[in-house]
Write a new protein. Structure first.
Length: 493
């Protein structure tokens, strides 16, 4: 089977203009990015201003973040520096600010915690310094976790447990700052889906199994072996799947094997460009990229985006149309960030019964805590008690941004009476401005009260939450001896 070369994506002038207008409406400040682009070209201020058709003083104000860019200037910046709108998007800055705020609120910090305005200024003017600070903080957290693991583990192999922390965190950051969208791999997977004829006319599982057999010489068999998802024997050309797997899961595992054969060059190119510091991180990311490609193969970008828009993002309807699972649909919706053809920006999260976040992706301004638990007022936690129901919540973060949040419980059967099934809760949400595109917002009072939620108690700014587990690390508090309320301390305003 031939390798699929990733075609390049081209944004239309209309789509770029729409993105530009939205950016200006949101007062897009891109000063440091413009300055870095100019310096990379080796241009002085005056010649660069002439190329952009603005005065030198105006360009100086833009670079100092004293003025936002207009739609015309934004498009001229894209033309002169040969960059797309995605590279100038402020979403990456929001992610960096959220990560920096959590890091500076860590209890290890001595002295006064930087204010939000200070952090925004640091990210806008010295982004590389902010990233270096985060790298140092991550290194500390890893060392701290290793010490805790060593103290708590007696009969386990502490070295193996601790060393796994570094690669997974590094890979998480890779996807985090890629906005959970890998352009080369997504385009190549879409082209491969068209080549295989994955258009819904024939059962997906049938198409994939035929391709494995006829195109790759791989025979597919089922096994009752407990816990088995997929095992591939390259010498024998044999792919063994768990017999208890649902059809959607079988299809995903077969899709994984197909993209592993067809898109290996594209995957290795992304790994080389990422420049991971450890071989362990590269191995983890290789699997993650193949998982990403398998999802993109089953849910081709343009066809899935159009279907999602037509169905108003009804995930059950989409799962039936594309013969996939709800979790695959949830995940795919959070990746629709192709330049020039973006879908509704969603966050996606999967939580286990202990409150651990086992999957997290966000194309929205909502960012998840790296350490500690999540907000108990978030509806995703209620989904475990009602796994057969859709839970819809109008939620508001401390920064005033409101979200339509959807949650659904999920049980993955083990296929064995003596082995309990795995239980998860899935969360999906978008900012309230996209509610008209969401079937789950039907009947929801968007002008009504919102549930006040936060990222985690450690860094939540709310001072009136009765569910607060402990005080925020960047706020002074007081414990009164002669008064007791639900929250046993008072936050100083």
């Amino acid at each position: 089977m031939r390798k699929i070369e990733p075609p390049s994506g081209v944004a239309t002038a209309k789509s770029v203009k729409l993105q530009s207008c939205k950016a200006v409406r949101d007062k897009l400040f891109i000063g440091p990015k413009v300055r870095l682009l100019r310096q990379a070209k080796g241009w002085k201020l005056e010649p660069c201003a002439a190329r952009l058709g603005v005065s030198a003083s105006y360009l100086s104000q833009i670079e100092a973040n004293q003025r936002p860019v207009t739609a015309r200037v934004l498009m001229d910046v894209m033309r002169v520096f040969e960059v797309d709108a995605a590279s100038l998007d402020a979403a990456d800055d929001q992610r960096l600010i959220a990560d920096l705020r959590e890091a500076t609120a860590d209890p290890i910090q001595d002295g006064e915690t930087p204010s939000l305005s200070e952090l925004k200024s640091a990210v806008a003017n010295t982004p590389n310094l902010a990233k270096a600070y985060l790298a140092l903080h991550h290194a500390y957290r890893r060392l701290d976790e290793r010490l805790k693991t060593t103290d708590e583990a007696v009969s386990l192999d502490e070295r193996g447990a601790a060393s796994a922390l570094l690669p997974y965190e590094e890979v998480r950051d890779f996807f985090h700052y890629k906005n959970n969208y890998i352009h080369s791999l997504d385009m190549a997977s879409e082209a491969l889906a068209a080549e295989l004829g994955l258009d819904g006319a024939e059962a997906t599982e049938t198409v994939l199994e035929r391709q494995l057999r006829d195109g790759l010489g791989i025979r597919v068999v089922r096994s009752a072996e407990p816990d088995l998802l997929r095992r591939f024997d390259p010498a024998a050309g044999l792919l063994t799947l768990g017999a208890a797997l649902a059809a959607a899961t079988r299809s995903f595992q077969m899709a994984y094997q197909i993209v592993a054969a067809a898109l290996s060059d594209t995957v290795e190119g992304e790994l080389t460009a990422a420049g991971f510091r450890s071989e362990g991180a590269a191995k983890v990311c290789r699997t993650a990229l193949l998982n990403y490609a398998a999802g993109a193969l089953l849910l081709p970008y343009d066809r899935f985006r159009e279907a999602a828009r037509a169905a108003r993002h009804d995930t059950e309807q989409l799962a039936q149309t594309f013969q996939t699972s709800l979790e695959q649909v949830f995940h795919r919706l959070s990746t629709l960030q192709r330049p020039g053809a973006r879908g509704v920006p969603f966050y996606f999260v999967r939580v286990d019964q202990a409150g651990n976040i086992t999957k997290r992706h966000s194309a929205t301004r909502l960012q998840f805590a790296r350490f500690g638990g999540t907000c108990p007022l978030w509806n995703v936690h209620d989904a475990f008690a009602r796994p057969d129901q859709w839970l819809v919540q109008l939620a508001e973060m401390p920064d005033g941004v409101r979200y339509v949040s959807i949650a659904r419980g999920l049980v993955k059967p083990s296929g064995d009476y003596l082995r309990p099934g795995r239980r998860y809760a899935l969360g999906l949400g978008c900012e309230v401005e996209y509610a008209d595109s969401l079937v789950y917002a039907q009947g929801l009072d968007l002008a009504g009260p919102s549930a006040p939620i936060g990222v985690s108690c450690r860094i939540c700014e709310r001072d009136d939450c009765s569910q607060r587990a402990f005080p925020p690390v960047d706020r002074p508090f007081e414990v009164l001896e002669n008064e007791r309320r639900w929250v046993p301390f008072f936050l100083d305003r």
